[in-house]
Write a protein that binds this ligand. Structure first.
Ligand SMILES: Nc1nc(=O)c2c([nH]1)NC[C@@H]1CN(c3ccc(C(=O)N[C@@H](CCC(=O)O)C(=O)O)cc3)CN21
Ligand SMILES: CC(C)C(=O)C(=O)O
Ligand SMILES: [Mg+2]
Length: 269
């Protein structure tokens, strides 16, 4: 049985919720036994497609990758980001896009970035059968309004605003909330105050769970190294070294060797 959204909500205050992003079927297959939740993040626009923000990501991209992750996993709860522009206009627009996302991918829930202004949309979804993961604090889809990817809540007025956002999204019925790029004190205060479990990224161990972009923690997306990313592997270096060794082998005709070829032609009978 796949992990359900209510099961994750029930983990509030208990064993931390383990979450990673995944964008492809083979990566989902590798991560699935070890995590509670696989997040198909719109960060794929930056990590896989080379965009300099998540804004160019489309519904079609999220659906293609969401369906792939679903095919590659059996156990984890699957949550897909609704991309920029697909939900901000109205609750009705958001709901239509979320229904399409669920029908075409088989995912369990969707995630949307937003605070108090988004609470009516969250309530609209939950009343109509779609579990919602919230996302407050640093919201990458608002990079042009924020003027960069800066941590939120350094000053008390901004901290109060993020707290009010988290409370509104939790009270609207979100089953969990991503809290991104906030001070430890604020993450702890939000986690203590809201009913929904908090999933932190750059938000300290004071949250009910953690998420990282998998390519960041594997050292595959090497250009990105903010302080909240812990490197658990250096796969970027492994890939470079493998490519270099292959190139040298091809140029020197060391590859392919006798063990890599189909043998000799036999005389027809
Ligand atoms: N690969 C990847 N990993 C992520 O964690 C991620 C993405 N992509 N794309 C979408 C957003 C963007 N994110 C970011 C990007 C940069 C900082 C960062 O470097 N912040 C610094 C300096 C910012 C500044 O002052 O301009 C900080 O101190 O907060 C944080 C989160 C997190 N998300
Ligand atoms: C890291 C998570 C929170 C995300 O929104 C993404 O990967 O797009
Ligand atoms: Mg995202």
């Amino acid at each position: 049985m796949r992990v359900s959204c209510p099961e994750l909500t029930a983990r509030k205050g208990g064993e931390p919720i383990v979450c990673l992003t995944a964008y492809t079927a083979p990566m989902a297959q590798l991560l699935d036994p070890h995590v509670d939740l696989l997040m198909v993040g719109d960060s794929l626009g930056m990590v896989l497609y080379g965009f300099d923000s998540t804004l160019p990501v489309t519904m079609d991209m999220m659906i293609a990758h969401g369906a792939a992750v679903r095919r590659g996993s059996q156990h984890a709860c699957i949550v897909i980001d609704l991309p920029f522009g697909s939900y901000q206009e109205s609750a009705e627009q958001a709901y239509r896009n979320a229904v399409r996302m669920m029908q075409e991918t088989g995912c369990s829930a969707v995630k949307m970035e937003g605070g108090r202004d988004l609470a009516p949309t969250v309530e609209f979804f939950v009343k109509r059968g779609i579990p919602v993961m919230g996302h407050v604090g640093l919201m990458p889809q608002s990079v042009n309004v924020q003027g960069g990817y800066r941590a939120r809540g350094r000053a008390t007025d901004e901290a109060a605003a993020v707290m009010a956002d988290a409370i509104a999204i939790s009270e609207a019925g979100a089953f969990a909330i991503v809290v991104e790029g906030v001070m430890e004190q604020l993450a702890e205060a939000i986690t203590a105050r809201v009913a929904a479990p908090t999933i932190g990224i750059g938000a300290s161990a004071g949250c009910d769970g953690q998420v990282l972009v998998v390519d960041d923690m594997l050292g595959l997306f090497s250009s990105f190294r903010p302080r909240f990313v812990k490197r658990y592997a250096e796969l970027g270096e492994t890939v470079s070294e493998a490519a270099q060794a292959y190139a040298a082998d091809v140029r020197s005709r060391r590859f392919p060797g006798p063990e890599h070829i189909f043998g000799s032609i036999k005389k027809s009978s």
